[in-house]
Ligand binder design. Sequence first.
Ligand code: NDP
Length: 320
Amino acid sequence: MKTAIITGITGQDGAYLSQLLLKKGYRVIGFVRNSKGSSLTKLSYLRITDQIIFEECNLLDLVNIVGLLKRYKPDEIYNLAAQSSVKASFDQPIATIEFNIISVINLLEAIRLVDQKIKYYQASSSEMFGKVDDLPITENTPMHPLSPYAISKAAAHWIAINYRESYGIFTCCGILFNHESILRDKNFFTKKVINDSIEISRSQRGVLRVGNIDIRRDFGYAPRYVEAMWLMLQHPTPDDYIICSGKSIQLRQILHHIFKRLGIDQNKIIIDESLYRPTEIENIYGDNSKVKKVLGWEYTTDFFEVIDILIDEQLKYKTE
Ligand code: NDP
């Protein structure tokens, strides 16, 4: 039986990745920041909480991590823990930079000290590219991060590559574009719009306030994206891969689709400039041909289909 450690197990991707690894017969160890305070809601939603071994771990404390790697002797570590919101990173730049970078170097130092055969997955982000001249984005596109979050992820990305190049440690970076599910935190665009729109359709809310909806993003479905994380660590050679749908959609189109599905009048949308970000990527989409060719990852799902799945799941959840 293989053992995997997942940091950030209480988040969206942590929950779906746990489900996938448990189905594959792994022993799953979940690192949580506070064994009493961490919310297990997402894991409970998937009904897998009792199959996971939880360990409190401070990822800013190397000694703590070293002790746990010695105890559990993992084959694979999936590092998903991060302050993951771009917006929050402008409010808390120092905490974001500190946690998202130091946690990565601590995990990799722990691997270097304890067992250099442990395979390591780093959750990198399309936000690292930021301001780009040429689309689609590939693994070789230069980075120009536009937020404290993006800067922290770019640093973490290069740290993971550096441990591969310096020490031969099996590190892979999955450069994921936006991916959504019912388990996404409610402050992220698609989830927020679905939640608020359901409330409008039930007369529990008057209007929907949104920021800049003219921007375009490459959106996908989280349960499918975690498969690519696992595939990366099964390949004989470590490498970095873009995981995306390959198409961008304007936020306005997503909003209109949700309003139409729920029968809401478009005049309930209020554009609120106070919700605009200090810097914003206008349009971004990636090229997923490397992950498809090298790892055999399949992805053809249209994002409007994903939205319909999420609306149905959320409607069912809200009435249960
Ligand atoms: P979530 O925000 O849902 O989950 C983040 C996880 O990190 C949670 O388990 C959270 O724990 C943990 N965490 C956050 N801050 C800290 C901290 N200071 N100390 C310890 N743990 C902390 O993120 P996702 O599941 O959506 O994303 C997983 C990873 O992939 C993240 O690194 C994210 O940046 C990255 N990513 C995500 C994308 C997406 O579209 N979802 C796109 C590209 C990259 P707690 O529950 O205790 O708060």
